[in-house]
Design a binder for this molecule. Structure first.
Ligand SMILES: [Fe+2]
Length: 223
């Protein structure tokens, strides 16, 4: 997969019906082949007209959006956000997801430290996702200091990365991610999404953040 222009969709890491009955096949197909693909196509179309930015990665674009000239910034940054958010959303799910992270993982310990318990984290995350006004995302992020936090953001903003945060778990709550099956019942979609989370990917992403901080006594900071 190219890291710069021309961008490609990250491969769907499961069959379109793998998340049934929680996320239905048709929704995955329309979401992945329609919505996600459009962001990739539109980003490439915008960059085609701006060759001076074709060597930028998604992270480069999203971390420093103001480095892109204002006349062309909106389509480049907005579509890069769409690509980035959808990549994390689709990669964050799996067939037969576990009930939660491995209890021995740093992620499980981090969740206990920062949210008191996994149950409490689930409750807070679900409430945050349900409370996103209109279209957007809820995201579990690790701060540059390794702290875990829940963030929400609108449309295709990518607040976590532009502030040095690393997204660990991304939930798309745009209506296109659930309307075919759940109609207006976003809370039911959120409850179903917990059944298909790829905790291993989430644990790995958090471990990478934690490992980078280890020389700075990450374990001490967690206490
Ligand atoms: Fe989406």
């Amino acid at each position: 997969m190219n890291k710069t222009y021309p961008f490609e969709q990250s491969p769907l890491p499961y069959e379109a019906d793998a998340l049934e009955p929680y996320i239905d096949r048709q929704t995955v197909q329309v979401h992945y082949n329609g919505h996600y693909k459009s962001y990739v196509d539109n980003l490439n179309a915008a960059l085609e007209k701006s060759p001076e930015y074709q060597n930028l990665t998604l992270e480069d674009i999203l971390k420093k959006p103001n480095d892109i000239a204002s006349e062309v910034r909106t389509p480049i940054v907005r579509n890069a956000g769409g690509v980035y958010n959808h990549m994390h959303y689709f990669n964050g799910m799996t067939k037969d997801g576990a009930e939660g992270p491995d209890p021995d993982s740093e992620l499980a310990k981090g969740i206990d430290d920062f949210f008191d318990s996994f149950e409490n984290f689930q409750k807070e995350f679900s409430a945050a996702a349900a409370g996103v006004f209109g279209s957007g995302y809820a995201c579990l992020v690790a701060s540059p200091q390794g702290w875990l936090q829940i963030m929400t953001f609108s449309n295709q903003d990518v607040l976590p990365i532009s502030h040095g945060y690393v997204p660990l778990l991304t939930l798309d709550v745009w209506e296109h991610s659930y309307y075919l099956k759940y109609q207006n019942k976003r809370a039911d979609y959120i409850a179903a999404w917990w059944k298909v989370i790829n905790w291993q990917a989430c644990e790995k992403a958090y471990k990478e953040v934690a490992d980078k901080l280890k020389p700075f006594s990450f374990e001490d900071m967690m206490r």
